[in-house]
Design a protein around this ligand. Sequence first.
Ligand code: ATP
Length: 288
Amino acid sequence: QKNRPPMAIIQPDFKFEDLGIGGLDKEFSAIFRRAFASRIFPPSIVEKLGIQHCKGILLYGPPGTGKTLMARQIGKMLNAREPIIVNGPEILNKYVGQSEENVRKLFAEAEKEYKARGDESSLHIIIFDELDAICKQRGGKNDGTGVGDSVVNQLLAKMDGVEQLNNILIIGMTNRKDMIDEALLRPGRLEVHMEISLPDQNGRVQILKIHTAKMRDNHLLAPDVDIDELASLTKNFSGAEIAGFVRSASTFAFSRHIKGGTTATVNEDVENIKICQSDFLHALEEVH
Ligand code: ATP
């Protein structure tokens, strides 16, 4: 029990709305309950309950739905250091054995940094993006080199040893949960699995509001902009696509203020730039 990680400090004034994540409130509260609730209780109570803190989370779902955003914001909420983000394919090294070494180094680095910080109450997060690239089912028909197998073994060994690596939390991300070696997804390892899917109407409204918030606050959003209609028109868009759509709409507003359309001179009235509903509709046509 003495190796049990101490409490992580959750920002006392923390509010989900401040995280800039649209449409994932339910997923966030489920992750919170399953992965972090135990960490805000006094360790004495957690010890009496005899439960272990969650060591790892798997976020899975289509590209651009906010998995990386969620992982980073979890770190912020928990007052963790800026997370280490590792890209699966980057870990794979053409020299056999080197990939395992990369995983070892990664954990050693996280441990060193967190010890150096001397703040026992903070969490250190390692995010594995494109986890499927390194954690394919062992013994399967992967790249034929067996490199993936040894990386999975190394990762399993590290995860099982997280008791010594106090306060390190692993967040794995993938578009292909079915490809991940099951051993990694068992309790005590990446045990909380959360699907992050494409946003529904309400989610798209929230995401659109987040990505137009600055325009609105600075009074650059024309009164005719109808967020509900835009949300209906962006069915099947991911959060990343909605962000791109808003950027694209603003370029149509820019072009109204450029002399001759393609010169390097902007009109004097550029301060009055407004993003209108028609800019969004043009952006939509461009997407299609
Ligand atoms: P991938 O699987 O391709 O790595 P991802 O699920 O990790 O994608 P992110 O990298 O988190 O997706 O999303 C890219 C960007 O899209 C974010 O930085 C953000 O600007 C925007 N975005 C995506 N989802 C959301 C969301 N739910 N709310 C607000 N913005 C979002």
